[in-house]
Design a protein around this ligand. Structure first.
Ligand SMILES: Cc1cc2nc3c(=O)[nH]c(=O)nc-3n(C[C@H](O)[C@H](O)[C@H](O)COP(=O)(O)OP(=O)(O)OC[C@H]3O[C@@H](n4cnc5c(N)ncnc54)[C@H](O)[C@@H]3O)c2cc1C
Length: 361
């Protein structure tokens, strides 16, 4: 595409084709023409990245196929700057795109928390292909440390241990592994980690990453390969553009998911701090990004004018290919005592992941 500035017409530009951006573009694209900006050719199916890291992934559908039948033009580029006053977005190929309505759905990325050596020596979960290659190319099985005791770290550690039984897998957490889940949920996660031979290092805040492992507040942890899944931070472009953001850099939005400071910009998914009465500020997650994208798609297509609403019902985890956990939660995401584990948990998780893909088709 040549360099141009287009500001004519009611132009909708969606930045990001993750769960939030793609579903917003598809909803709006039923009746409106949408320009969708995202660098990838195929769906970035982040909730399967732990499988890809373990060498079990497959190719996900092409965005062109997922957008078929809708008035969507996909530009394979990255947004590098948003000019909210000029209603323009600058792309990395030099194009300037004008918009009347902008949907910012740029998601999140690994947060390194300034830990010395982390950027140099650890591999972020989103570079799953790199982790897969390093395991495949290793002369002999070694030791692999997964940093992060939340959902992503647990899914990664169990998947890697199951797929590569010759490797010693360690999970390293600043607090308790799976600390947010109910006692039954935590106990099940621990049983599966033990069964798969994963060494658990708790209350071990990482203070440095070195080529041969980690220094932590609980002592050194040896590792040939470190995968970082400690936490995520929102894409910085909203803050850089001067949109009102919270302390973590997530854009503050109203009940129609419009930026509080720039109402012609919708911000959705991990990049937004969405607060729902009675529920609180939503956590980053596919489970929250997808409904936000669908809502904004309906809003832009003129199919709703109601405020965004949302209730949590469950959290689910895959624990390798043979086990899983479904943790029931209250509407505000606090834990209920009830869990489904083992094959039942795995099947429900697989069903939910399948439903996510169906929702994007
Ligand atoms: C291994 C793993 C497992 C997970 N499991 C779960 C789970 O079970 N349940 C759950 O709820 N959540 C889960 N998550 C979290 C979930 O994946 C994210 O919260 C979700 O992907 C956020 O969706 P999003 O659409 O906001 O952003 P993303 O999915 O991050 O998509 C961002 C989009 O923006 C694009 N982009 C980035 N920068 C630019 C740029 N400069 N210009 C243009 N485009 C750009 C990207 O290419 C992408 O298309 C998991 C995450 C990981 C890593």
């Amino acid at each position: 595409m040549s360099s141009s500035t287009s500001t004519t017409g009611r132009r909708i530009v969606v930045l990001g084709a993750g769960y939030a951006g793609l579903s917003a573009a598809k909803g709006a694209g039923r009746h409106r023409t949408v320009t969708l900006v995202a660098p990838e050719e195929r769906l970035l199916h982040r909730i399967r990245q732990h499988e890809a890291a373990a060498g079990r992934g497959r190719d996900w559908p092409a965005l062109g196929d997922l957008a078929r039948g809708r008035r969507i033009e996909h530009l394979r580029a990255r947004a590098v700057e948003i000019d909210p006053d000029g209603h323009k977005v600058l792309l990395d190929d030099g194009t300037t795109l004008g918009y009347d309505t902008l949907v910012h759905a740029l998601g999140s990325r690994t947060a390194w928390h300034g830990v010395p050596g982390a950027v140099e020596h650890a591999h972020p979960v989103e570079r799953a292909a790199e982790v897969r290659r390093l395991i495949r190319e290793a002369d002999h099985p070694g030791t692999l440390a997964v940093v992060g005791g939340g959902a992503t770290g647990i899914e990664l550690a169990t998947e890697l241990a199951e797929a590569h039984p010759g490797w010693t897998v360690r999970i390293v957490a600043a607090g308790q592994v799976g600390g947010i889940y109910s006692p039954k949920g935590r106990a099940h996660i621990r049983r599966v980690l033990d069964r798969l031979g994963v060494a658990v290092h708790e209350d071990a805040t990482v203070t440095e990453v070195t080529p041969d492992g980690l220094r932590t507040t609980a002592g050194p942890v040896e590792a040939d390969l470190t995968v970082w899944a400690a936490s995520m931070e929102p894409h910085p472009l909203a803050a850089e553009a001067g949109l009102a953001v919270d302390g973590r850099g997530r854009a503050l939005v109203d009940d129609h998911l419009r930026s509080l400071s720039h109402p012609d910009i919708h911000v959705i998914g991990d990049a937004a701090a969405v607060t729902v009465p009675g529920v609180g500020t939503l956590r980053m997650g596919c489970a929250t990004a997808l409904p936000q994208g669908r809502y904004v798609g309906r809003l832009l297509a003129g199919r709703t004018s109601k405020p965004f609403s949302f209730r949590y019902t469950a959290q689910c985890l895959s624990l390798g290919r043979r086990d899983g956990l479904l943790q029931l939660v209250h509407a505000d995401d606090s834990m209920k005592p009830t869990v489904l584990t083992g094959t039942a948990g795995r099947l429900v998780k697989a069903g939910i992941v399948g439903a996510v893909l169906s929702a994007l088709k």
